[in-house]
Design a protein around this ligand. Structure first.
Ligand code: OAD
Length: 237
């Protein structure tokens, strides 16, 4: 790991941590792309889009249900904890995450915007969203209409929730410090967020085990594992 510059969160009035699957990798949750990535083992066309759900809802539900015990076997790591500690001191520190695993919340973080939804919620197309935080689905059918419930996750070809997107945009537009952690930056619209933050004048930091696609967006590029880089970057947290 390279020498990591230290940052003091007190120097910034508004902070956004923008996280992807690489943030959870050291907890033991597989990423989507790269070695061991979920989309190498499973074709998203069969498991992670509305068309697949319409064809075979039980197959898609089985796939997502199986992820629950696997996520529950994992625990937040020191990197999650560092972000949580920074949040406790700084009310205007937010997490905008693409992750659906709830790992930030399990480490005690609040102020989490879940861009791609949550593994722990279900949705009826007519009757809305319900919490379902158990290891197995409490039910696969809506208690009001009896229709299939789908995971409240943004699948491929889905639109992102407009309210969630607006919240993310506002946070990023106002951020003084914007820290991207563990995302390949290939899934839009989230992939635009570093550009948005940079254009809005935030100090932009990149943390990843691999080099960024566009290095010019970042004031600091810190290559290494999320936990190690965060530990070096925020020694006072
Ligand atoms: P990806 O799997 O596309 O990318 C993971 C990134 O994490 C890569 O850039 C890795 O280099 C990096 N990485 C791996 N281990 C790391 C570590 N220990 N520390 C730091 N970085 C590490 O995951 P996302 O970019 O999050 O959609 O994928 C975006 C979306 O695509 C996901 O939200 C998911 C998927 O389809 C939904 O679930 C709806």
């Amino acid at each position: 790991m390279q020498n990591i510059p230290e940052l003091n969160p007190d120097d910034y009035s508004a902070i956004v941590f923008f996280t992807g699957a690489g943030m959870s990798a050291e907890s033991g949750i597989p990423t989507y792309r790269g070695a061991g990535g979920i989309w190498h083992e499973y074709r998203w066309e069969e498991y992670a889009c509305q068309d697949a759900f319409d064809v075979d809802p039980e197959k898609v539900l089985d796939f997502h249900e199986l992820r629950r015990p696997k996520v529950l076997e994992c625990n937040p790591h020191i990197g999650h904890e560092i972000i949580t500690r920074i949040q406790r001191k700084h009310p205007s520190c937010w997490i905008v995450t693409q992750n659906i695993d709830g790992m930030h919340q399990r480490s005690g973080s609040r102020n989490v915007v879940e861009l791609h939804g949550s593994l722990w919620r279900m949705r009826c197309s007519q009757h809305g969203i319900s919490e379902d935080p158990s290891v197995r689905y409490q039910t696969r059918r809506c208690s009001i209409c009896g229709n299939w419930l789908r995971p409240d996750i943004t699948w491929f070809n889905d639109m992102l929730d407009a309210v969630v997107m607006e919240k993310a945009h506002n946070l990023i537009n106002n951020a003084q410090l914007f820290i991207t952690i563990g995302t390949s930056g290939v899934v839009y619209p989230a992939a635009m967020f570093p550009r948005l933050a940079s254009d809005a004048g935030a100090k932009c930091v990149y943390i990843n085990t691999e080099t960024p696609g566009d290095e010019s967006l970042y004031d600091i590029v810190a290559l290494g594992k999320a936990s190690e880089v965060l530990n070096g970057m925020f020694p006072l947290a």
